[in-house]
Design a protein around this ligand. Structure first.
Ligand code: ATP
Length: 295
């Protein structure tokens, strides 16, 4: 998998405040990449630097491999702040203004309105939109010109749970269309559900980065149940790669080596003639991991 963004040793200070300290990571093509951290951890500063709004004191970054800078920039859509849409204009007319300001073609408006699920409402005034719809329109504006990469800073700020779910679904759908999405957020819970990769920042330090599965893998547990729980427990005690077995609420929780997952557990049980009535991979939530790291 090639990188759409490569960040190398970026540092940034605002006077005495060190907002970023030697931050390096790569954003793989096709990922939904969460830049996560509590307030003030440096997320917005980092996005500002890679989008040429701010200058780093040290370090380098490159977009889309060796593409010349201007060429690469045309392939990046971003939403750092909500654009100033006109309340009394329709979604379609607002996008005309945005397209003109950003020098994108006007003929792209129908396409992006369809992409963000607002095509049916394209002639409705902006003021009649829910907060979630307003935010989807803002994401639509960032999609003008058909970028390969979309960069979103706190896209669910201020939204209610329904609005957050709408944005999450949109992120999933856009990613399925092949767009790499970089999303900064302090709301771990919401991000956990869509991210394939994460970088976690704390006070300007990069605590970890990588695929969500790898970063969290040691915390995973497999849960199992069967009609004969005692028989199941005895059998699993003889399975290689299971580090710990815990019985809670009539469920066995298995702490496994990294090469053991639900498929291996299921296969083992079948080989012992045990039919599982429940099989679940429970990942330690990113939220819990995040709290542990940032506390
Ligand atoms: P938030 O989620 O609150 O937006 P963040 O993770 O995006 O936080 P930044 O906004 O990048 O973090 O801020 C990182 C640090 O740099 C903070 O300590 C912040 O106070 C400081 N900072 C950011 N912008 C400036 C500025 N223009 N002048 C001085 N300090 C700044």
């Amino acid at each position: 998998m090639s990188s759409v963004l490569s960040i190398s040793n970026i540092s940034k200070s605002y006077g005495p405040i060190l907002a970023l300290k030697n931050v390096s990571f790569d954003v793989p093509e096709g990922s939904v990449f969460g830049v996560l951290g509590p307030n003030g951890s440096g997320k917005t500063t980092l996005l500002g630097i890679v989008l040429d709004v701010l200058l780093a004191n040290n370090g380098t970054f490159s977009w889309l491999g060796n593409l010349p800078h201007d060429h690469a920039r045309r392939q990046i859509g971003s939403l750092l702040e909500t654009p100033n849409f006109y309340h009394y204009l329709s979604a379609f007319d607002n996008l005309e203004i945005t397209a003109a300001i950003r020098q994108k073609g006007l003929d792209d408006r129908d396409r992006v309105l369809k992409q963000v699920g607002l095509f049916e409402r394209k002639d409705s005034k902006f003021q009649s939109f829910s907060l979630g719809m307003k935010q989807r329109l803002a994401i639509g504006a960032a999609l003008l010109g058909g970028p390969k990469v979309l960069v979103l800073d706190e896209p669910t700020n201020g939204l209610d749970p329904a609005g957050i779910a709408e944005i999450r679904e949109l992120i999933r759908a856009l990613n399925k269309e092949g767009i790499t999405i970089i999303i900064a957020s302090h709301l771990l819970d919401e991000i956990e559900k869509v991210c394939t990769h994460v970088a976690i920042l704390k006070k300007g330090d990069l605590l970890l980065s990588g695929p969500v599965d790898e970063v969290l893998i040691s915390e995973d547990q497999v849960e199992v149940r069967a009609a004969d729980m005692a028989g199941l427990q005895t059998a699993l005690q003889g399975m290689a790669g299971i580090k710990k077995i815990r019985l809670t609420d009539n469920t066995l929780q298995l702490a496994c080596d990294t090469n053991i997952g639900p498929a291996q557990v299921n296969e083992f049980c079948i080989s012992k003639g045990i039919v599982l009535s429940h099989l679940l991979l429970r990942k330690k939530s990113l939220e819990a991991k995040f709290m542990e790291l940032t506390n």
